[in-house]
Structure formats: C-alpha cells, structure tokens
Design a protein around this ligand. Structure first.
Ligand SMILES: NC(=O)c1ccc[n+]([C@@H]2O[C@H](COP(=O)([O-])OP(=O)(O)OC[C@H]3O[C@@H](n4cnc5c(N)ncnc54)[C@H](OP(=O)(O)O)[C@@H]3O)[C@@H](O)[C@H]2O)c1
Length: 268
C-alpha cells in the first residue's frame, strides 16, 4: 500500500456506506454515527435484516438509509450495489470471529465453522469491495476502506489464529485493490486494537485468557470517532488508526515495508 498522502480528505458532503451496522455497540454503527458527525450527506447502513439498523435511523435521522446485506450471498451483495450507485466511501466493517475460543490444535471450532470465518471476513469483504469498485471508480472523490485489525500484523493470543489469518488476508487483498484502483479510488485499511463490542465480549467468554484485552479495550464510539478524525487528517492510504496499539503496529509495519522496498530495489 502506498504511504501517507498530503492530499486533503473530508467526509463532508459524501455518500458513505457502512456494512455490519446492526449492533448498537458494534463498530459498524459507531462508524455510521462518526460519518454523520463528520458531515456525510448520506450514510447507507447495512444489516442482515434491514430492520436491524432502524435504531440508527431513529438516532441519526434521515441522513441514514437502512439497507439489507448478507456478505456471503452474492445476490444480496449485487442487489445492494445496484441500489447505491451514488456511493463515494465504502467502509467494509462486517466481520465474524467464530465461536468457542478456537485454538488451532485443540479446537473447538470444526472445519465448517473455520471456513465460515474465512467466508465472511475474506470472501464476504472482497465481494462487497469488487461489487462497488466500478461504482466508486465512476464517482468522484471516492474511497474504499476495509476494517482489518492489529491482528493482521501478528497472531495476538493463542485462540485467534484463524480470525487473525483472515485479517492478514484482508489486508493483503486491500493492498492489491489499492494498486489496481490507483488514481481512481483511494484505498486503505482501518486497524483497530481491542474494542468493547460483542465480538470481543464473546471472545472473552469463550477464552477467559483474553480478559486482559477487555481491560484495555477502547469504547466503540471513541475508536470510530478517532479513526474518522485520523482518516480526515491523513487520508486512507497509509492505514487508518484510532488507538495507541494500532499506531505502534504502524511503526513496525512501516519499517518492514521500508526494508522490503530496499530488498525489492536490490532484486531488480
Ligand atoms: N471488536 C474488536 O476488538 C475488533 C478488533 C479489531 C478488528 N475488529 C473488526 O471490526 C469489524 C467490526 O467488528 P465488531 O467488533 O463491531 O463486531 P460485532 O459486534 O460482532 O459486529 C459484527 C457485525 O458484522 C455483521 N456480520 C457478521 N456476519 C455477517 C454476514 N455474513 N453478512 C453481513 N453482516 C455480517 C454482524 O451482523 P449480525 O448482527 O447480523 O450478526 C454485525 O453487524 C470486524 O470486521 C472485526 O473483525 C474488531
């Protein structure tokens, strides 16, 4: 992914879509509220059932438009894209960790459940990105943002290898989209550390060793507001960070990228 840009960035007046906005305390809903606060003209908010995002319409008013989306269903993804041709900012936030505090060797997730984690996080997010890529390319001032995780940098905790592998894959796919859409759409990932949502709370119930994450976790709205402020200050290209752990991972990632480009220069 290309590094930070000096090009100004603003959500003011933009048409935004956030996937996975069905939970009042989830990150998706928090990104919707943050985009409205930043002056977005319209924010499409998706739930697997459209009624699941009614609370956001009630909270934020008619700037928020509810939409239905099941990311693993191609017909649902394409119907959504057909109905949002004015989109300028896609925020791919829907995600799934799987149940049970899964360890690679000890389980308890079976292969079907592990494949579901890959299906939702990798194929789901990618198919949404691909369905909207032509729309974003045709519209002005567009950007495509994928919610990854600091877990993309390393496997935090023994019970999250499958989930973190999907974040790493998402991240590399986003870098691929960034290269292919260069000059047309601004592309980047958001890297949250632990955030107090249902996903993390369930993770702690499943694997009490993760309890330490809850102690230091950010509040969802606090994280989303900080991430949108970071996005406006830096643009999406160098990654979007809303907490200190993410910013520390960025320092390591940037050093690795610098070394990798040195090696690439030596190879060619
Ligand atoms: N919380 C953290 O600590 C943390 C840290 C790093 C990254 N993240 C990432 O942040 C994003 C949001 O996570 P969160 O913490 O807000 O999780 P969450 O509270 O579990 O919410 C997940 C959202 O994704 C939706 N979703 C799941 N499967 C879907 C599918 N097949 N089709 C459409 N929507 C689907 C859920 O809808 P339903 O309500 O219908 O299930 C829900 O709206 C995820 O990509 C996650 O990996 C979270």
């Amino acid at each position: 992914m290309t590094e930070q840009t000096s090009k100004p960035y603003s959500l003011d007046g933009k048409v935004v879509l956030v996937t996975g906005a069905s939970k009042p305390d989830g990150l998706g809903a928090a990104f919707v509220r943050a985009a409205v606060k930043k002056g977005a003209a319209k924010v499409y908010a998706t739930g697997r059932k459209v009624e699941a995002v009614d609370f956001l319409v009630k909270e934020c008013g008619d700037k928020v438009v509810g939409k239905e989306l099941e990311v693993t269903n191609s017909a649902s993804v394409h119907a959504l894209a057909e109905s949002c041709k004015d989109l300028q900012v896609l925020i791919n936030s829907a995600g799934y960790m799987g149940h049970g505090g899964d360890t690679l060797l000890g389980g308890p997730m079976d292969e079907a459940e592990r494949r579901k984690v890959f299906d939702v996080n990798i194929w789901g997010a990618l198919s949404v990105s691909l369905a909207f890529a032509p729309i974003l390319s045709a519209n002005t001032d567009s950007s495509l943002i994928v919610v990854s995780s600091v877990g993309a940098f390393t496997n935090f905790g023994g019970s999250m290898a499958i989930y973190n592998a999907t974040n790493a894959a998402k991240d590399v796919l986003t870098a691929g989209l960034s290269a292919e859409l260069a000059g047309k759409v601004r592309v980047g990932s958001i890297y949250p550390g632990p955030v107090k949502t249902d996903m993390l709370k369930k993770g702690v119930v499943d694997d009490p060793k993760q309890a330490g994450y809850l102690d230091t976790a950010a509040e969802p709205q606090e994280f989303a507001d900080a991430a949108m402020a970071y996005l406006e200050a830096h643009g999406p290209e160098g990654g979007i960070f809303g907490d200190e752990l993410g910013k520390m991972c960025k320092v390591i990632r940037d050093a690795t990228h610098a070394k990798a480009s040195e090696l690439e220069m030596m190879a060619y």
